[in-house]
Design a protein around this ligand. Sequence first.
Ligand code: PMV
Length: 357
Amino acid sequence: VTIDNGSFQWSAPSNIALVKYWGKRENTNSSNAISSEQIPANPSVSFTLNHCKTITKLAFAKKQDQSSFSFDLLFEGQPKEEFKPKIQKFLERIAVYCPYLKEYHFTIATENTFPHSSGIASSASGMAALAMNIMSLEKALYPEMTEDFFYQKASFLARLGSGSACRSVKGSVVVWGNNTSINGSSDLFGVEFPNTIHANFKNYQDTILLVDKGEKVVSSTVGHNLMHNHPFAEQRFEQAHQNLSKLKKVLENGDLQQFIQIVESEALTLHAMMMTSLPYFILMKPNTLEIINKIWKFRNETQTPVCFTLDAGANVHVLYPENVSETVLQFIQAELVGYCQNGNYICDQIGEGAINL
Ligand code: PMV
């Protein structure tokens, strides 16, 4: 099939890891440099979010000169030169898997549903949304493609943009990385959690407390590299495997006490890795700790199954089942919002993945 021009539009959500991806496998096989890029040192699993999304429209038109990539980038309607190198690098990385890309000039128009520079990483949702659009183009060129191939390759491409983006394509709970307890798991793409998820996790809530909206102190590229020659790396990677196996059972049996223990330990371990690397970093702020302590106190006093997780930054994700939403939201408003920058927080919950618009 030949196609001269057209456009596609997809939204893709952000995700929050329960077992954290932190560290990439070293690029050992130089003859196979591309396929050994962005391979995680340990498996991870995340909840897909619902409201925090990137919406990306990809317009394409056949061009004469097919020797290089050509694209314009609009962010919230305005040309955005700063983001172009990241997209250029992504296109270069995926070129061997998508040889048709140089035949077109692209206009990529993208926007986020969450406030710009809110401290919420948009790389997962952004790279996933772009990968979905590219796969729509590929599907238009090769219509015989199966739906399974479409989503698997979308996740594979998203991974090459930003590792965790491969978990933002399809499904509400997504595993990335080889692990013996998860059927079909792969280092190359995310897979939907293969088993039935317990009703306790239906519509699980994630209220994101925006403690610090500043630029990331440590980019994730730098962060992942800190795990090379890290004194605790091997134990950490092994622990992630064990935590994923434990969490697999918990997601099936609905044991919220176990869930809380694994998820909070994973968050603190991620930060412990950063505190014990060289150079070392503390990415929590005083208010992050205030919030964690308040959550622990509230949980002790009320027995409400609420817990926290963290990304590579100071913001706190507060996770809880839907049936305790009312009490937890009251608690958040009364006791935690004061620790957020300008009182800002985002109410989200578990979602389903990318949507073709
Ligand atoms: O996808 P990256 O390279 O930005 O790494 C994300 C790393 C964490 O968000 C800290 C953990 C994770 O698994 O999402």
